[in-house]
Design a protein around this ligand. Structure first.
Ligand SMILES: C[S@@+](CC[C@H](N)C(=O)[O-])C[C@H]1O[C@@H](n2cnc3c(N)ncnc32)[C@H](O)[C@@H]1O
Length: 380
């Protein structure tokens, strides 16, 4: 079996470092997400659902509460499935509508096609996210929905930078758990900014920082990539955050008898890509080409960071600072506050490289709109 992002790491440590506590108030949050994705409560009644990578199954509890007749949950990590089973048995005693399958996405086989296919927090950090996404999507029946999460280089920028300084700054003599403790402690003030964060902070560090390939080599998968990949078979149906507004007269939506939802969503994505950088603000749309340039700079930054992890030479450190200065100038055109966070990071990164003490006072306030959820309706 080939090496697999997430699964190898989770199995090595016998963990599933995502949400693992049942809180009734969380169900309302999931309901809010599903409303944004166009999944109204009665949609799932007596329908069939397939979920890849349910993790500990906390999110899936809400899905099952909507009464599907058949719910298949597929995950390749035994710890995820154990926790998932436990939560389902407690929440739905004696119910027989669900079952669990231990399998990699790539190895899962069935001839069944489902009304809803969900894949949350899995695709963008695979080594080949497009192949994985295509495999998952095949199980959606025509007229059904495919829900996936996307991560792009702008929404993930602050987290890439955060994990980079945490990882290179941690005391290398510590063991795995001690490193996690040290980083979690250093990021306390960063996490405090995220008032609605549900996940345990140590788990965030394990999943995001200690899985080095997340912020170094994995290619990510943006909303744009998703729409491009599936444009012949799917159309966007809903998204969270909800940025694909459409002011067109409905009679103008078809051109030569063809639906143009995909083209419209692509245009909206590029005009709004800068809105994924900083969750604190909502900026007016801006020129798509400026956002494409900014995006390419962020792609380059992630590659340079990856390079630095392999070879921490002064030149490689300087290359990161140079690209960050360019990102700073582009961001400064629409957000002085975000630019100030980047300036703070640049100043402190230089101090990290020179083993001096750091104060990430502005930077700690900056988080992106990390994951975007997209629901795609299968039309062909
Ligand atoms: C980051 S967790 C997300 C869990 C949950 N969906 C959530 O959003 O909280 C990823 C889950 O997907 C599983 N997973 C990741 N890659 C997989 C693959 N290629 N095949 C099967 N399961 C995979 C992991 O074992 C884990 O349970």
């Amino acid at each position: 079996m080939t090496s697999t992002s997430y699964v190898d790491f989770y199995k090595e440590h016998n963990i599933c470092p995502v949400l693992n506590n049942v809180d009734p108030k969380f169900q309302k949050k999931r309901a809010a997400l599903y409303f944004q994705l166009g999944i109204f409560p009665s949609f799932l009644k007596d329908k069939s659902v397939l979920e890849f990578g349910p993790g500990n199954g906390i999110n899936s509890l809400y899905t099952n509460s909507l009464g599907p007749k058949n719910f298949v949950l597929v995950d390749a990590n035994p710890t995820s499935l154990e926790n998932c089973k436990k939560h389902f048995e407690e929440a739905f005693p004696n119910q027989k509508n669900y079952h669990f399958v231990e399998s990699l996405v790539a190895e899962y086989k069935t001839n069944e096609r489902f009304d809803l296919v969900i894949c949350e927090g899995l695709i963008p950090h695979q080594y080949d996210p497009q192949v994985c996404a295509k495999q998952v999507a095949t199980f959606t029946q025509v007229g059904g929905l495919f829900v996936l999460t996307c991560h792009d280089f702008l929404s993930f920028l602050s987290e890439t930078l955060r994990s980079f300084i945490s990882f290179i700054g941690v005391d290398k003599s510590l063991n795995f758990d001690q490193k996690v403790d040290q980083i979690a402690d250093q990021l306390k003030d960063h996490f405090n900014i995220l008032k609605s964060m549900n996940r345990n902070q140590r788990d965030w560090v394990i999943d995001n920082t200690m899985q080095v390939e997340h912020w170094t080599t994995t290619p990510l998968f943006s909303v744009h990539d998703a729409i491009e990949t599936f444009k012949d078979e799917f159309i966007p149906f809903g998204c969270s955050p909800n940025f694909i507004n459409d002011w067109r007269w409905y009679k103008d939506i078809t051109v030569d008898g063809e639906l143009t939802f995909n083209e419209h969503a692509q245009e909206k994505y590029w005009k709004n890509a800068h809105n994924f950088i900083d969750f604190r603000f909502e900026f007016p749309e801006r020129d798509a080409n400026s956002n494409k340039e900014l995006y390419q700079m962020s792609v380059k930054l992630k590659a340079l960071i990856s390079n630095y992890i392999d070879d921490s030479s002064e030149n490689n450190g300087q290359a990161i600072i140079e690209i960050l200065k360019k990102i700073h100038s582009s961001v400064d055109e629409f957000s002085k506050e975000t630019a100030q966070c980047i300036a703070c990071y640049i100043e402190n990164l230089d101090r990290v490289f020179n083993n001096q003490s750091t104060h990430f006072t502005h930077f700690q306030n900056w988080w992106g709109r990390g994951m975007q959820f997209l629901s795609l309706l299968r039309v062909n």
